[in-house]
Write a protein of this length. Sequence first.
Length: 222
Amino acid sequence: MGENDSSDFETWISNFCSLYGHDYYVEVGQDFIEDDFNLTGLSSIVPYYKEALDFILDLEPEHEIKIKDQALVQQSAEVLYGLIHARYIITKPGAQLMNEKYSKGQFGCCPRYACNGSKLLPIGINDTPGVETVRLFCPDCFDLYLPTSSRYLNIDGAFFGSTFPGFFIKMYGLDNPNLRPSDDLKIFGFKIHEGSNVGSRMKWLRATPSTDEELREFDEVD
């Protein structure tokens, strides 16, 4: 391969991330992918794992792939890359790349007026591929939204994972305790609905008089 050919070569990863509707993704570092520890458990999830990994790393396959299997291997490569991507973005280098997109507002802004255009973050509500598509998480109101553009509606949520926003918020100091309930009450592991009389929106039901004036008003009502 000549010098010009080498400079024009586009990696599988670069090509994948440049596809239409793939601009939520960042390019995972090759060193990260080549570290077997980072891929633990993925071989049991992704069919054609070895061949898919060779695709991602632009390596020649050890055995010739049959024509009828090539589309399946390509599909497996996309799933494998997505699952690796979910792990990469909860590392410092991966989060830094995601922050570049976040800072530019590439994931969109919260539609709620009270959030003042707070930038959104991608999140998976299920870490198993093929179950749920990607959602967008607001660090201010803590609500989830569907992408407004149809180009992102088929992106698998597992390719971003359920832990990414929490990691990102802590890493970049976006956590605002004034914008979320101070009491995160649960019963048998289930979060109490905020509309309940012990929920976050009904604090007035649990309020007690704290000043002499409030005590007088309370006695008058009684």
